[in-house]
Design a protein. Structure first.
Length: 401
């Protein structure tokens, strides 16, 4: 039966093409971003902390940090990628140690409730009739005061979400659905996020109505996924961290060329084509700019010649340049200090409704028709400014017999 997870759904929302490669074609990549690697190591340490506590063993902070560094050394490999080149592997390693240290000091001696599960797998039907199921893994489940169930999730993200973000978070709401009804006498289920980089705890509750709305939204998203036939790639700032860049039509040429030696890079066909295309576009821009400037100078000379000779048509070998002079009256627009005075004058003359809430275009049209008394028209025209505009129209001459 079709089964989905929060990370699976989020992958589609981020990039349908990445979803296709990962969940449909099931292509596994060897690379891993260092942010994910560091987060995994920190999770392992916190899992050990609470697992040992269930056996009544309370690790010291020093023991946990030693375990963290052992895990780092054991699991580190060249496949771990650092995208932000301004930071080193040791910078990320130190950040993970800081997360563990601050968490330890904040919650020591870790007697906030009874741990019911660690890395607890959930699996529940989103809608049994449709056959869709949701799966996930809860970092830690805690029972507080015998009636409050807490769902804890550890985050090593460098971004701290707002409370609004937390309230709409789908992942822990799924976990809420997955554990609901599993234990008797539970009166409340709390969702708790530990943003370890910031040493911040965020909490949220979900109402039955919110959970039902999430079910409907998730069903709609699944329908979109299952009806998708293209799975087109979608670029975003997250592309730099994608493991599938070497397979993506929007990124793979970059991956192929970025590690080439300079002599090979400059001879690569695609690089050469783009560079040549840019060169030609830039040349075209320069030429167009020069031509436009020359046209403007010739137009100015033509208009000056027409005015000097009192001409409305100037003949060339094959074309005639027709000179047209337009005089337009422009009335003040909203925001112009003169507009309010014009408003009041039109209203006092009883002509407000004829000019569509004092539309400047309508005023000019009404005055052109001569429908207002000359004295009123004259007063209104005092509010206008006169704008002269000369245009040149080229017409091809007919061939002479």
């Amino acid at each position: 039966m079709p089964t989905y997870s929060h990370s699976q759904l989020s992958t589609y929302e981020t990039c349908p093409y990445q979803y296709k490669l990962s969940y449909i074609q099931k292509i596994k990549m060897d690379t891993e971003g260092i942010e994910a690697f560091m987060g995994s190591m920190v999770h392992d340490v916190l899992e050990k902390l609470y697992r040992d506590l269930k056996m009544t063993k309370l690790n010291t902070l020093e023991e946990l940090l030693e375990f963290y560094h052992q895990c780092w050394e054991k699991n580190w490999s060249d496949t771990v990628q650092i995208i932000r080149k301004e930071y080193s592997a040791e910078d990320y390693r130190s950040l993970g140690a800081k997360c563990i240290t601050e968490y330890y000091k904040r919650y020591y001696p870790f007697d906030q409730g009874k741990t019911l599960g660690l890395e607890e797998t959930i699996y529940f039907p989103l809608e049994e009739e449709k056959g869709y199921w949701i799966r996930g893994v809860i970092d830690r489940l805690t029972l507080l005061n015998g009636s409050v169930l807490e769902i804890h999730d550890y985050k090593t993200s460098g971004r701290l979400p707002t409370q609004k973000d937390i309230q709409s978070d789908r992942q822990l709401a799924f976990y809420h659905m997955g554990v609901e009804g599993k234990w008797k006498d539970i009166q409340e289920i709390k969702l708790i996020w530990h943003y370890l980089v910031f040493d911040v705890e965020l909490q949220s509750l979900r109402t039955p109505e919110e959970l039902q709305r999430l079910r409907q939204e998730t069903m709609e998203l699944i329908k979109t996924i299952e009806s998708d036939r293209e799975f087109s790639p979608r670029e975003s700032p997250l592309c730099d961290w994608c493991d599938y860049q070497g397979l993506c039509p929007k990124r793979k040429h970059r991956v192929v060329t970025e590690n080439l030696p300079p002599n090979e890079y400059l001879n690569e066909d695609g690089v050469n084509l783009v560079n040549r295309y840019v060169e030609l576009k830039e040349k075209k821009g320069v030429l167009v700019g020069e031509i436009d400037a020359e046209i403007a100078r010739v137009e100015e000379a033509l208009l000056a010649y027409a005015q000097l000779k009192e001409l409305e048509a100037i003949f060339g070998s094959d074309h005639v340049a027709k000179i047209k002079m337009e005089v337009k009256e422009k009335y003040p627009l909203k925001g112009d200090p003169a507009r309010r005075a014009l408003d009041e004058f039109i209203k006092s003359a009883g002509k407000w409704m004829e000019v569509s809430d004092l539309n400047p275009w309508m005023i000019a049209r009404v005055l052109e028709r001569g429908g207002w008394p000359p004295s009123l028209a004259k007063k209104v025209k005092e509010f206008a400014t006169v704008e002269k505009n000369r245009t040149i129209t080229l017409t091809k001459l007919k061939e002479r017999d």
